[in-house]
Design a protein around this ligand. Structure first.
Ligand SMILES: [Zn+2]
Length: 405
């Protein structure tokens, strides 16, 4: 590792341009929505002085070394990133941008993953970094897909024009209601209504299943999205509930969710994106819901932490652990013991930091509306019926059209 030369880069950063694969796309920031981060200063999204596309085998520290940016600077970035942990997702193909001040010190760092997500890290006068997150909204287009079963359901859906991820989303939605071996018959009909996201005309990989109807010889089943939850045609919930607290019992909350928290010394906005429970090291930590473990990582500041994805919409994180009992890719169920709490990373005492994210945004896990509903309330029943009827009409029209051809 190089010594701290963040204030004196020996060569002009521009000189590296030729050695690195570059060029972040020039993107119109007005199309992006600021979702977090302090202040509201408009940041121009100009071409950075150095752009870099992450390659296989790269790590942030090898990239920073290569650009002769000091380790303390990297740590300062990681410290700012502690609130979102975006840099832990770094993968080949992600784009990085670097801007320097006149003294050659890193002034701004840009992290971009995929078409829709970007974080800007700006160095404040005091030398620390502040972040701003952007999510491109793009536009959603509804597509209706009709098909018949031949072989298994995901492959039949793929043949009809669904993406494989969409097909798996459908099977996971209906897994409590259908047995995808014994209930399927060749020739069974199905229809899918899906909204797909496009940014600048390019499909982003995000799609939302709006409705699925399965009309089989043995089984008829459907799923409809309403008020951010999935229900069958009768309005019964298809999604499993979450537990509010990822612990066996209620413990004292030592620090609450606070997106506007200010650092007591620097005065910089340091959001607290989670809820801290005062628990002794070794306390069992439970998965808040059914899901798949998406990260088990040791982080300089977050300590040993686990992230779990619960379907397309929900994500939970558990920080400062002492032990993890699960590995990446593992399926977990609600209430399953996943870890022992601890005091790892930068932590002032033993506690569990717990985060709930809805559609990529941290929310207050203690108050957020989480799926606990089992049926649609009487008040909303009419709205639900209307929405389902409208979608079914569209699906029927599409089917009639397809059969004519
Ligand atoms: Zn915390």
């Amino acid at each position: 590792m190089l010594s701290d030369n963040s204030s004196a880069v020996p060569v002009s950063p521009g000189q590296f341009r030729s050695t690195l694969e570059l060029n972040l796309q020039n993107t119109d920031v007005s199309a992006a929505e600021e979702i977090a981060g302090p202040g509201s200063k408009k940041t121009q999204d100009l071409e950075p002085e150095i752009g870099y596309v992450v390659q296989k085998g790269d790590t942030l520290s090898t990239i920073f070394d290569h650009l002769r940016i000091s380790q303390p600077t990297l740590y300062k970035l990681m410290e700012a990133d502690l609130n979102i942990l975006a840099l832990d997702t770094i993968q080949p193909g992600h784009k990085l941008g670097f801007n320097f001040d006149d003294a050659g010190k890193l002034k701004q760092f840009i992290f971009r993953s995929g078409l829709t997500y970007k974080v800007l890290f700006d160095r404040s006068k005091k030398g620390d970094f502040e972040y701003e997150e952007f999510i491109e909204k793009g536009g959603f287009r509804r597509e209706i897909i009709s098909g018949t079963v031949e072989g298994d359901l995901p492959r039949s859906m793929k043949r009809a024009g669904a993406r494989i991820a969409e097909a798996y989303q459908v099977t996971s939605l209906l897994k409590e209601r259908m047995n995808f071996r014994s209930h399927l018959r060749a020739g069974d009909k199905f229809q899918l209504s899906v909204s797909r996201q496009y940014v600048y005309g390019v499909y982003t990989g995000n799609s939302v299943i709006e409705g699925f109807v399965y009309d089989g010889a043995i089984r008829k089943q459907s799923a409809f999205l309403f008020d951010d939850n999935y229900f069958d045609a009768e309005g019964e919930s298809l999604e499993k509930a979450f537990q509010r607290i990822p612990l066996q019992k209620r413990y004292r909350i030592s620090s609450s969710f606070n997106p506007k928290r200010k650092h007591p010394v620097t005065g910089l906005v340091r959001p607290h994106n989670g809820t801290d429970f005062s628990v002794r090291t070794g306390t069992p930590v439970l998965s808040a819901g059914d899901g798949v473990v998406s990260r088990v990582i040791k982080h300089r500041y977050a300590g040993l932490y686990i992230e779990i994805k619960h379907g397309r919409k929900y994500k939970t994180r558990y920080l400062h652990l002492s032990r993890a009992y699960v590995r990446k890719g593992q399926k977990v169920s609600r209430g399953q013991k996943i870890a022992a709490s601890g005091n790892s990373g930068r932590s002032t005492g033993a506690h569990l930091h717990y985060e709930l994210h809805v559609n990529g945004r941290p929310v207050n896990a203690m108050t957020a509306p989480i799926p606990v509903v089992q049926t649609i309330s009487r008040k909303k029943r009419n709205a639900f019926k209307k929405q389902v009827a409208a979608l079914k009409t569209q699906m029927a029209e599409q089917l009639a059209l397809a059969e004519k051809q």
